[in-house]
Design a protein around this ligand. Structure first.
Ligand code: ATP
Ligand code: MG
Length: 250
């Protein structure tokens, strides 16, 4: 593994119990501070790919290497590494009966056994940064979708992840709330956070990505710089995909 590499995936294969392979033979390397955006048609395996990176899914074969630790299908102790790889989903999954602060502090206190004063101060700083400090004592139902999603990002950041995985985090939001969430992600990118992002927001992808992966049917078909991918995709499949987007946008 080269020095700047933080994650390396080799020959990853994954199928669900129901049969068909979902990821066929995926090779992928991520460098520290890099932002990779994954795009591709519905059902091509993007979420599965992120879930495998985060070790939420057992893999059939291949290896994942996080820094100097190699993980294969027989590895048991993935718990510690999973804490280093944060993930935010489309549905924010906040606990409804806990306040915003309660939601954010839960894992740092219970899982990481950190000091309450210290984590509270950190949480306040992060809430301030995403413009939600005044909501600290509110309950999730009192927040808009965009606000909840920003809380979910703060919750993930509290674990001090070395990689952040974002799976269509704006897909369930009304258009006017999309921007405020993407703005937070753009700022994280500027600060050097290493991220793998699945999104259907192509303008955002263009702005945030260092590299774009185009997936289709469980294979990484193309891997290019955003300006290259969006202006002159190499494969017909990618061209077709981008065209569909164009029509959907109209
Ligand atoms: N838990 C599961 N059990 C069985 N099959 C699954 C499971 N999760 C996903 N699949 C199947 O794996 C394939 C890839 O799904 P995945 O969710 O990774 O796609 P995706 O690219 O994220 O799609 P979308 O853009 O719609 O979110 C699909 O055919 C899906 O039906
Ligand atoms: Mg998905």
């Amino acid at each position: 593994m080269k020095q700047q590499e933080i994650l390396k995936i080799e020959s990853l294969k994954k199928s669900y119990e129901s049969g068909q392979p979902v990821l066929k033979d995926v090779f992928f390397t991520l460098e520290k501070g890099e932002v990779v955006v994954v795009v591709g048609p519905s059902g091509c395996g993007k979420s599965t790919f992120l879930r495998c990176i985060n070790m939420l899914e057992p893999i059939d074969s291949g290896t994942l290497q996080f820094k100097d630790q190699v993980i294969d299908r027989n590895s048991r102790d993935v718990y510690e590494i999973r804490q280093k790889i944060g993930m935010v989903f489309q549905s924010y999954d906040l606990f409804p009966h806990k306040t915003i602060m309660g939601n954010i502090l839960l894992a740092p206190l219970k899982v990481q056994n950190r000091d309450k004063k210290e984590v509270t101060a950190e949480a306040e700083k992060l809430l301030e940064r995403v413009g939600l400090l005044d909501k600290r004592d509110a309950y999730p139902r009192q927040l808009s979708g965009g606000q909840k999603q920003r809380v979910a990002i703060v919750r993930a950041l509290m674990m001090h992840p070395e990689i952040l995985l974002l799976d269509e985090i704006t897909a369930a939001l009304d258009p006017e709330m999309v921007r405020e969430v993407l703005q937070v992600v753009l700022e994280l990118a500027k600060d050097g956070m290493t991220m793998v992002i699945v999104t259907h927001e192509m303008e955002f992808a263009k702005a945030v990505a260092d590299r774009v992966l185009f997936m289709d049917q469980g294979v990484i078909v193309e891997e290019s710089r955003p300006e290259e991918f969006f202006t002159s995709p190499k494969t017909d499949r990618a061209k077709q995909f981008l065209n569909t987007f164009h029509y959907e946008a109209i």
